[in-house]
Ligand binder design. Structure first.
Ligand code: HEC
Length: 165
C-alpha cells in the first residue's frame, strides 16, 4: 500500500468509527425511557413548590416600597397575558420578555428593586403566572387590551389600596 492509499483507509476507518459512535449516541437518546410515575410526581412537586413560592411573592408587598403587591392589580395573575410574550411593549420600548415586564412592574408601579432575571424568585413568579394561565393558547404579540388593572385590597391581598396613581 502506498502512503496515499494508507491515508485513505485511515480516513475511512476514522469516519466509520465516528458514524458508529454518533448512531450509538442517537440510539441512546431515542431509547431514553419514559419518566416513571414516581419521577413525574417528583418533578410536578418541584414545579408546584415553585408555583407556591411565586404565589407568595405575588402577594408580598416587600417586593416594592409603596405597600402594593402584584396581586393588588393582577388578582390571580390576571391582565398579565403570559401567553402573548415576547412582544413589543411600549413601556419597555422594545420586544421584551415576560420577566422584563415583571421587573418593570416591580420598578414602576411598585417602586421596588428589579430581580435578577435568572433568580429563583423570578423563576417562581414566572411559574405562578404561567400556572394560572395553563391551557391558554400561546399567541405571541396577541393584542390583549384590557381595562384598568383592578386594584384590590383586603383578605389575601396586601392591605394598601393606594391605587394605580
Ligand atoms: C399599581 C398596579 C400594578 C401593580 C402593583 C403591578 N402591576 Fe403589572 N401592570 C400594571 C399596569 C397599569 C400594566 C399595563 C402597562 C401597559 O400596558 O402599559 C401592567 C402590566 C403588566 C404586565 C404586562 C401585561 C401585558 O400583556 O402587556 C405584566 C406581565 C405585569 N404587569 C406583571 C406584574 C407583576 C408580576 C407585578 C408584581 C411584581 C405587577 N405587575 C404589579 C399595573 C400594576
Amino acid at each position: 500500500m502506498n502512503n496515499n492509499r494508507k491515508f485513505q483507509s485511515l480516513k475511512l476507518a476514522v469516519l466509520s468509527l465516528f458514524t458508529v459512535s454518533t448512531l450509538l449516541v442517537i440510539g441512546d437518546v431515542a431509547a431514553k425511557k419514559p419518566f416513571s410515575a414516581a419521577e413525574k410526581e417528583d418533578q410536578m412537586n418541584m414545579l408546584m413548590a415553585a408555583v407556591k413560592r411565586g404565589d407568595d411573592l405575588w402577594h408580598n408587598p416587600g417586593l416594592g416600597s409603596n405597600g402594593l403587591a402584584c396581586g393588588n392589580c393582577h388578582p390571580d395573575g390576571s391582565a398579565t397575558n403570559p401567553h402573548t410574550w415576547p412582544k413589543y411593549q411600549t413601556n419597555l420600548g422594545k420586544v421584551g420578555t415576560l420577566r422584563e415586564m415583571i421587573n418593570w412592574c416591580i420598578a414602576v408601579p411598585m417602586v421596588g428593586k428589579p430581580l435578577a432575571t435568572d433568580s429563583e424568585d423570578m423563576i417562581a413568579m414566572e411559574a405562578y403566572v404561567m400556572y394560572t394561565h395553563r391551557g391558554v393558547a400561546i399567541a405571541p404579540a396577541k393584542d390583549e387590551q384590557h381595562g384598568a388593572v383592578p386594584v384590590i385590597s383586603g383578605p389575601g391581598y396586601p392591605n394598601a389600596n393606594v391605587g394605580n396613581r
